[in-house]
Structures are given as structure tokens and as C-alpha cells.
Design a protein around this ligand. Structure first.
Ligand SMILES: [Zn+2]
Length: 383
């Protein structure tokens, strides 16, 4: 077996599930240590950055070559949990079948690390005018705490960044931002025979939901980006809980919804508008309103179409850059002033499900592509 496949196999057989539910959550340290060992042996200077006191969750920064600038190749080390019994083969054993390699994280996105290392092997550190930086993060799949920690401690000041999420090797330069929000109305219970005996949170929620939909429709009318499907900011009223009996006035009602904002739409402003409108809508009902994000939001991301990294990726792949509907760590790099694209082997459609796989033929193409980008940006920097 060649080195590339051997490494992917080892990464897949090193479980690193991250999950909000503690019983499914695992450390990623073993994957970080595997990468650290390989990268060190290949002449990278490796920093492991523990995120927890016991060091079991960690990020990694590896640098080959010296000097300012450079090209970041970044990915997350964690995977989502898997459906027990729904896989045709062991999710932790890389299995070849019909031209595909099956395994948890094969597409999303352990293979990318092996690809990035394989591409880097083609370059002698002493010949690099700008460094190659390989970054590996923890907990991307549950709140992105790894990249948030890395951002706090300092994302390296490179010149460009590539996030190797599965895009079928097509360059992506934008995605929407996502926030999960709640709104909570508290009133007072009472006998249903006389509405004045209580303060109905459900009556309030009826109005509040209309207010949310009104804001959504205003955003749909005022701001579009045809690079997305759908081309608008969306809000999905996802769940609602309130009340307990038809003959009791409902004292408490909570609704949860997601907001997916287009690049250029300020999520904080949208939330502010939503809360103002909700407050207005329930005026006079004597209800207490609270609301806000359930988790930290993933910001929207957009790199200009004329950025050098976008142009180079388009030229080398033959595909025009586009958008994706999933969130990535890319906005955190953009926020640090790094022109960033998302570009990697594999298909997002197979990720997060049983029998996740990577097309074997895509791997050498990915190595060639990443090597060409390294050559473009680290051998003869274009600025
Ligand atoms: Zn991913």
C-alpha cells in the first residue's frame, strides 16, 4: 500500500468523534499525535496546542520552510458520530470497494491531511520562498471550539488559506452563516374559561412567530445573492414547546429557529431587529420575553472573486468558484484577513452518514492540485 493510503487508513482507524452529547464525545489527541509524528519526520516544525487541561483535545500548527506569508492547508481532525449497525463495513477500518475507500472521516475530512502531507513531500524546505503551514483543529463538528481557540491564541499570519473540506475538488469562495436561535415567552397560567385570569404565552408566540416571518420576508426582498440556492437569507421555525392542557392558559412557550445569513448580512443586526419586532408584537400581553443564540454562531464567509487564491484554484481545476450550503472554519481565517477558499477531495453528500467514502481516483488528483497551489504560492509568491 502506498504511503498516502496507509496514512488515511491509520487516521480512519483512530477514532476522534466529537459530539455535544458527552457519552459520544471523544478526545482527538491520538489523531493530533499521529499527524505530529508524520509531520515532524517530514521536516515540519510542529506545535501541539492543547485546548483542555489534560491535553486530550488539541489543535496543531505545523510549518515547513521559513519566512513570512505562506499557504495554510487546514482541516478538522474530528468526525461526527456514526449510526451503529447501518454501515456495510467497520467505520473505523478503511475498506476498499469498487474504487472507493469507506470509513468514518474518509471524506469529511481525514484524507485531506494525508493529501496535504503527500503534496508537501514534493517540496524541499530550503527551496520554499514562503512556508507551507498545515493546521489541524479539534471539535469542528460540535461548535467549532477548536478554531475559536486557535483564533484566540493566533492563527498564523500566512498569505492565503485552503480549507480541505470535501468539495469534489471544486473551489468554494463563500457560504452562509448559521445561528440557532431561541425565543422564550413567559406568562401566567389560569383557567381557560376566562382569558383575563392568565397571560397566555401561546397567544404571544402566535404573534412573535408572525414577527419572525415578517423580518424574514423583508430580508428576502431586500437582499439576494444568486450565487446561493436559495439566494436569500433563510429562517426555519424548527420546533415549539408550550402549554400542557387545552383548558389551561399556557404560561410558558419556547420556539427554536435557525437563521442562515448571506455574506454581507450582519447576524447581530438581524437578531436585534428580530427582538425589537417580537417585543412590539407582544406589547400589552404582559409577557416576559428572552431570546438569543443557542450556541455560538458560524459567521458567513466570502472571499472576493478576484482574489489570487480564487483565480489560481479556478485556473488549476477548470471550475468556476461557487458556494456551499454547509458551514466551515473558513470565516475564521477570513476574519484574520486571509483570502481563503474551501477546496478538497470527496463529496459532502456522503459525509455525516453511513458508508461515508472517498473516491480513490480523486486522491492523486487532489495531491497534484494541492502541490500546484503550493508551487504557485510558496515557490514564487505572487503577493
Ligand atoms: Zn467537515
Amino acid at each position: 500500500m502506498n504511503l498516502l493510503l496507509e496514512r488515511i487508513t491509520q487516521l480512519i482507524s483512530t477514532p476522534s468523534i466529537s459530539a455535544v452529547v458527552p457519552e459520544f464525545d471523544m478526545p482527538n489527541r491520538k489523531v493530533i499525535d499521529l499527524l505530529a509524528g508524520w509531520l515532524t519526520s517530514e521536516g515540519f516544525a510542529v506545535q501541539v496546542l492543547p485546548m483542555t487541561a489534560n491535553g486530550q483535545k488539541a489543535n496543531l500548527i505545523a510549518t515547513k520552510g521559513k519566512g513570512p506569508g505562506g499557504l495554510i492547508l487546514s482541516g478538522h481532525t474530528d468526525t461526527v458520530p456514526f449510526d451503529e449497525g447501518k454501515w456495510q463495513s467497520d467505520p473505523f477500518k478503511a475498506t476498499e470497494r469498487d474504487g472507493y475507500l469507506y470509513g468514518l472521516g474518509s471524506a469529511d475530512m481525514k484524507s485531506f491531511f494525508a493529501v496535504a502531507m503527500e503534496a508537501s513531500r514534493r517540496f524541499d524546505a530550503s527551496k520554499l520562498k514562503e512556508p507551507i503551514l498545515i493546521l489541524a483543529t479539534a471539535d469542528e463538528e460540535c461548535g467549532m471550539s477548536g478554531i475559536r481557540a486557535l483564533q484566540k491564541s493566533g492563527i498564523p499570519k500566512a498569505r492565503h488559506a485552503i480549507i480541505g473540506e470535501p468539495t469534489n475538488l471544486r473551489p468554494i469562495r463563500m457560504h452562509k452563516g448559521v445561528s440557532m436561535e431561541y425565543l422564550d415567552l413567559i406568562g401566567r397560567s389560569g383557567h381557560s374559561s376566562d382569558p383575563t385570569l392568565g397571560r397566555s404565552a401561546l397567544e404571544g408566540m402566535r404573534r412573535a412567530m408572525n414577527a419572525v416571518v415578517e423580518v424574514r420576508e423583508e430580508l428576502e426582498r431586500s437582499y439576494r445573492n444568486e450565487g446561493f440556492v436559495p439566494p436569500t437569507t433563510t429562517m426555519n421555525l424548527g420546533n415549539i414547546h408550550g402549554g400542557d392542557n387545552p383548558n389551561r392558559i399556557c404560561a410558558h412557550c419556547q420556539m427554536q429557529f435557525d437563521v442562515r445569513v448571506l455574506p454581507g448580512v450582519d447576524l447581530d443586526k438581524v437578531r436585534h431587529t428580530l427582538h425589537d419586532r417580537i417585543r412590539q408584537s407582544i406589547e400589552g400581553l404582559e409577557l416576559t420575553f428572552t431570546g438569543g443564540p443557542l450556541h455560538e454562531a458560524v459567521p458567513p464567509f466570502e472571499t472576493p472573486a478576484d482574489a489570487a487564491i480564487v483565480r489560481a484554484a479556478e485556473e488549476l481545476t477548470g471550475f468556476a468558484s461557487g458556494s456551499v450550503s454547509f458551514g466551515t472554519e473558513a470565516p475564521f481565517f477570513s476574519q484574520e484577513g486571509l483570502p481563503t477558499i474551501v477546496l478538497g477531495p470527496g463529496d459532502i453528500a456522503v459525509a455525516h452518514q453511513p458508508n461515508e467514502c472517498m473516491e480513490l481516483a480523486a486522491l492523486p488528483r487532489a495531491v497534484d492540485l494541492i502541490a500546484s497551489l503550493i508551487a504557485r504560492f510558496c515557490l514564487a509568491p505572487v503577493g
